[in-house]
Design a binder for this molecule. Structure first.
Ligand SMILES: [Cu+2]
Length: 118
């Protein structure tokens, strides 16, 4: 008696599933590195910079400030004269006083728009 053993071919199919890694969204397109980049961190309407009034010129309305970096106008820390917003600000400014300032480019003129004691 013959035993016929029929071994069916068994195919082991290894299916390697491509790992469907969740693509981390590293898209930098949403990050605009223009001048508004900093405003997302510190609203430019309220950012003040420490400064010291070095000189007040009531005849020209210029106030010389020794100031920290003024990021919104791309100015690094330095001592420099700026136009005061108005006459009352010039009167208020006192040489040697520690202040907080906001300087903006107003129609091409770097202007102190906020000056307060600290
Ligand atoms: Cu400057």
């Amino acid at each position: 008696m013959k035993k016929l053993v029929n071994l069916g071919a068994v195919f082991f199919t290894t299916v390697t599933l491509a790992s469907t890694a969740l693509a981390a969204d590293n898209n930098m397109a949403g990050m605009k590195m223009d001048g508004d980049a900093m405003s997302a961190m510190a609203p430019h309407t309220s950012a003040l910079t420490d400064a010291v009034v070095k000189k007040v010129d009531t005849s020209t309305g210029m106030v010389t400030l020794q100031h920290g970096a003024l990021k919104n106008i791309g100015m690094s820390a330095m001592t420099m004269a700026y136009k005061a917003k108005d006459a009352s600000m010039v009167k208020q400014a006192k040489e040697g006083e520690k202040v907080k300032v906001r300087v903006e480019n107003v129609d091409g003129t770097l202007t102190i728009v906020t000056l307060m004691k600290r």
